[in-house]
Write a protein that binds this ligand. Structure first.
Ligand code: IMP
Ligand code: MG
Length: 200
């Protein structure tokens, strides 16, 4: 199943460079605040379950989940989606590559969807609808990043607002690369400046 919007894929450039954007320390400092907000929004009697959106959300989810208080009992499951492929712009189609374990009964449950970035919002819209179809009563979302200027999505918490730049690191990739970087970097794809020739 796929939702679609019009978007123009951009060709990857061979001259990409990495410019630091948010370092690992700043990301770590944001985790307790996000965790406390979630603990306020979600009641334990709702039997919450965190659903981590792979692949981009795996490092963020690992840090966020470990920031919850031990009393905040939350189950964990995974789903895998793709909308970018090897491009730096959404294809406009969200593909469900791996569904949540069918043995998990979501009826009447509160879900916390954890993803890396809210860009066009298609992925989270697609997944929210999918979760409701599987019986979830409420879906909250927590993303590490969201793009400024995009309309707010209800029940969505965001770690940091960023601009339109394409970012990698801390789980986010470009064509499968850079997920392992401890902090977030902008993938600069502008052509490198020419060195001026030195005349003697
Ligand atoms: P959306 O469906 O347009 O909101 O896109 C969300 C998905 O696109 C995220 O889960 C990411 O996998 C991917 N994405 C969007 N922007 C970036 C980026 O700047 N770097 C890496 N992945 C991105
Ligand atoms: Mg993703």
């Amino acid at each position: 199943m796929a939702s679609s919007i019009k978007s123009k894929p951009r060709k990857p450039s061979p001259t990409s460079r990495l410019l630091p954007l948010i370092d690992a320390k700043k990301i770590a400092q944001r985790m307790p605040g996000l965790a406390r907000e979630i603990e306020r929004d979600i009641k334990l009697r709702e039997r919450p379950i965190a659903i981590v959106v792979l692949q981009g959300g795996f490092i963020f989810a690992a840090d966020l989940l470990r920031s919850f208080s031990p009393r905040f009992e939350i189950d964990v499951a995974f789903v895998r989606c793709e909308s970018y492929g090897t491009q730096t712009q959404s294809s406009g189609r969200v593909m469900l590559l791996q569904d949540i374990d069918p043995a998990i009964d979501l009826h009447g449950r509160t879900v916390l969807l954890i993803d890396d970035i809210l860009d066009t919002g298609l992925t989270l819209k697609f997944l929210t609808e999918h979760l409701h179809r599987r019986g979830a009563a409420r879906v909250h979302t927590c993303v590490l990043l969201c793009r400024s200027g995009r309309p707010a999505v209800p029940n969505t918490l965001c770690g940091f607002e960023i601009g339109s730049e394409f970012v990698v690191g801390y789980g986010l990739d470009y064509a499968g690369k850079y997920r392992h970087l401890p902090g977030l970097c902008v993938l600069d794809q502008s052509p490198p400046k020419r060195k001026r020739a030195v005349s003697r």
